[in-house]
Ligand binder design. Structure first.
Ligand SMILES: C[S@@+](CC[C@H](N)C(=O)[O-])C[C@H]1O[C@@H](n2cnc3c(N)ncnc32)[C@H](O)[C@@H]1O
Ligand SMILES: [Mg+2]
Length: 256
């Protein structure tokens, strides 16, 4: 009798890609740089995201946060870069940026915009796993507003871990799976204010900070900072908050 060999499940090189999610972003690709378009919330959040990213990277790498070229010499990957809303300001701070996205249309928009602004940014139409398989490594990774849109978190974070040099760090942002987040980020932002197209976010895919930390630990990272990002309806501005993680939050993870 022939012995039965255990067959492992077929491995897909890019398990993190959810084709429906990527198609949603591709459909909006031409609107990335419209400050009043569907990505208006990201434009509004950008100053506070940059404050967190710049502050975290400067502390981690011992840089002077007040220097105009504070990130000079650092090779940084923006995974799921979309239209390049973060790649451009970080390039201006001296970083050597690689922006990678699973949507080709996003990459075309990002490249066209960088050409207009005269910034040199290496944009790639590639998934996290493909880039990791290619053996590239980076001093730091930006992982901003992506994890709640991926199909397989362990595969995605394992790829990020492979992409990070020893001693490197990764910033993340996502949305908490709380009742308030459903009210604000889904009912409010999608259905009432129409800031985002209905269906942009799936509440089930939001992550509690403890779940994000656990997933990061399982992939070999140590969470070293978490801050809330809080929106003030009065001023229309976002700010970092040490205690309120109830909706949006940012985190810093180090390669353990
Ligand atoms: C909400 S957007 C965030 C864009 C950008 N990080 C920002 O914050 O301005 C999420 C992006 O992740 C990309 N994406 C989703 N899954 C991905 C994957 N597995 N690898 C690379 N990019 C991915 C999508 O195409 C989309 O552009
Ligand atoms: Mg999102």
């Amino acid at each position: 009798m022939a012995t039965k060999t255990a067959k492992s499940a077929p491995t897909s090189p890019s398990r993190s890609v959810n084709p429906e999610e990527v198609a949603n972003f591709s459909a909006l690709a031409e609107t990335w740089w419209d400050p009043n378009g569907p990505f208006r919330p990201l434009h509004k959040m950008n100053p506070v995201r940059l404050e967190f990213i710049k502050g975290s990277l400067c502390r981690h790498f011992g840089r002077d946060v007040t220097a105009t070229d504070a990130l000079k010499g650092l090779r940084i990957l923006d995974i799921g870069c979309g239209g390049g809303l973060l790649c451009e300001p970080l390039t201006r701070l001296g970083a050597t940026m690689v922006g990678a996205d699973a949507s080709e249309k996003n990459i075309l928009t990002a490249r066209a915009h960088a050409e207009q602004t005269g910034l040199e940014i290496d944009y790639r139409y590639i998934t996290a796993e493909e880039l990791a398989d290619a053996g590239e490594t980076f001093d730091a990774i930006l992982n901003m507003e992506v994890i709640e849109h991926v199909a397989d978190i362990p595969s995605f974070l394992d790829a990020c871990h492979r992409l990070l040099k020893d001693g490197g760090c990764m910033t993340l942002s996502t949305i908490n799976r709380s009742a308030k987040a459903w009210l604000v980020a889904i009912a409010g932002a999608e259905y009432i204010l129409r800031w985002l197209p209905v269906g942009t976010h799936d509440w089930q895919k939001f992550l509690k900070p403890s779940e994000l930390s656990r997933s990061l630990r399982d992939s070999g990272f140590k969470t070293s900072d978490i801050k809330g990002m809080v929106y003030s309806p009065l001023s229309g501005a976002w700010s970092l908050d040490a205690h309120d993680f109830s909706v949006n939050y940012v985190a810093l993870a180090e390669k353990a």
